[in-house]
Design a protein around this ligand. Structure first.
Ligand code: CTP
Length: 386
């Protein structure tokens, strides 16, 4: 999660910044809205406070808030000029001077104002200082003129914000391969042997790794919830698919996280058509699948970090997880108790223990997004020590 200062200035496109604010919050960012007095003619600061889920009451040092990104959308010609010249006459322009870190600006103005040499020079000065500009786009402006001046769409600004944040993330340049969900092993054309994994934990890890700047590939085994944007998604519905894709992608990965519940057995024979019902019993033969994590452990290259999950039930889980950590050749194991309904399989929260050869650390019960933060903090520390 990153902290984003969202500057909103006085243009009609300010209404689109509401959607941008919502999208940033949805991505898990901590958004601090900085709405200028001129913007308040179009939208209220209250709207943004509500969308950003901020508590009421103004912080007197709001402009000194430390943040990972300053994003100004829409940015009027006036604010663009102030940013270029270091004028600090409102909460946003003051924040801009105090901010140390990347700045992203989405200009929005009348096309004649955008093409004026003064505005061109201001935009150029900002670019030279490393400020990233997104848009403006060509099209019809609110006042009915055609030309370049419309604010870029919220989706496009969000994409640019992601890129800027990734470029500064602690996992930038790292490739992270994550498996998520639960495999389904076909019995016939419609039936399968499966498990209750929703994929939420793996998805939370993928989103967090991406937020930290990693290039993420997600091996998706029947996810019950949507995968995050900005990652490579590879569908791996069965254990065989997952095995094939994991072995294909692992050689390039710096970190591999096996969060998927991979079937340990598959029906020895899968019928191509649907098996008609009859009164006799249906006896199945199940054959073992490959233990993907163990194979990855054997083939692991130097410097690659391997993370496994141990789905256990009850008190003996810790001992079994320790044993799996060494048997499967992993560096880190995440133990979670799948006998409880409030955590683990198909739940929103998790409570885990992180096991390495050297230490064991409990992570208190929390939403899976927060547990993902703890797991990746550990991964980062291990990469740093490696
Ligand atoms: N795993 C795997 N391939 C399998 C089964 C499991 O890669 N065929 C991985 C899981 O993704 C997880 C780890 O191994 O990271 C441990 O999974 P778990 O189900 O807890 O262990 P199992 O090896 O299946 O052992 P058991 O079912 O006896 O607990």
């Amino acid at each position: 999660m990153s902290r984003v200062l969202l500057g909103v200035t006085g243009g009609i496109a300010a209404y689109k910044a509401c959607e941008l604010c919502r999208l940033l919050v949805k991505e898990g960012h901590d958004v601090v809205p900085l709405v200028t007095p001129a913007a308040e003619r179009f939208v209220t600061a209250e709207t943004f406070r509500a969308l950003a889920r901020r508590p009421p009451g103004d912080d007197v040092y709001l402009h000194l808030t430390r943040a990972d990104l300053l994003l100004v959308a829409p940015c009027t010609a006036n604010t663009l000029a102030k940013l270029a010249h270091g004028i600090a006459d409102n909460v946003l322009t003051e924040a801009a001077l105090a901010h140390r870190g990347p700045t992203l600006v989405a200009p929005a103005m009348n096309p004649r104002m955008w093409s004026h040499p003064a505005t061109r020079a201001n935009a150029e000065a900002l670019r030279e200082r490393g400020v990233v500009l997104v848009g403006p786009d060509e099209g019809e402006t609110a006042e009915g003129e055609l030309g370049v001046g419309r604010m870029a769409e919220p989706d496009e600004i969000l994409g640019a914000a992601r890129n800027v944040l990734m470029g500064t993330g602690p996992l930038r340049g790292k490739r992270v391969l994550i498996s998520a969900g639960g495999t389904r092993e076909p019995l016939d054309a419609v039936r399968f042997v499966g498990n209750r994994s929703s994929g939420r934990m793996g998805i939370a890890l993928a989103a967090e790794a991406r937020r930290r700047g990693a290039e993420v590939t997600l091996l998706a085994a029947n996810l019950a919830v949507p995968a995050p944007a900005g990652i490579e998604l590879v569908e791996t519905p069965t254990a065989a698919d997952l095995e094939r894709e994991a072995l294909a992608h692992a050689p390039e990965a710096d970190v591999v996280v096996m969060a998927a519940a991979v079937a340990d057995y598959r029906p020895a024979e899968a019928l191509a058509a649907k098996r008609p019902k009859d009164t006799a019993a249906w006896t199945l033969e199940l054959e073992p699948t490959t233990d993907v994590l163990s194979v990855l452990g054997e083939r692991r290259r130097d410097g690659q970090l391997l993370v496994g999950f141990a789905a256990e039930t009850g008190a003996a889980g810790l001992e079994r997880a320790r044993e799996k950590l060494s048997r499967k050749g992993a560096d880190l194991f995440v133990l979670n108790d799948v006998s409880r309904t409030d955590i683990g399989f198909d739940a929103y929260e998790n409570e885990v223990t992180l096991l390495t050869a050297a230490a064991e650390r409990p992570v208190a019960k929390a939403p899976k997004e927060e547990v993902a933060v703890a797991i990746l903090d550990e991964v980062e520390a291990m990469i740093g020590n490696g």
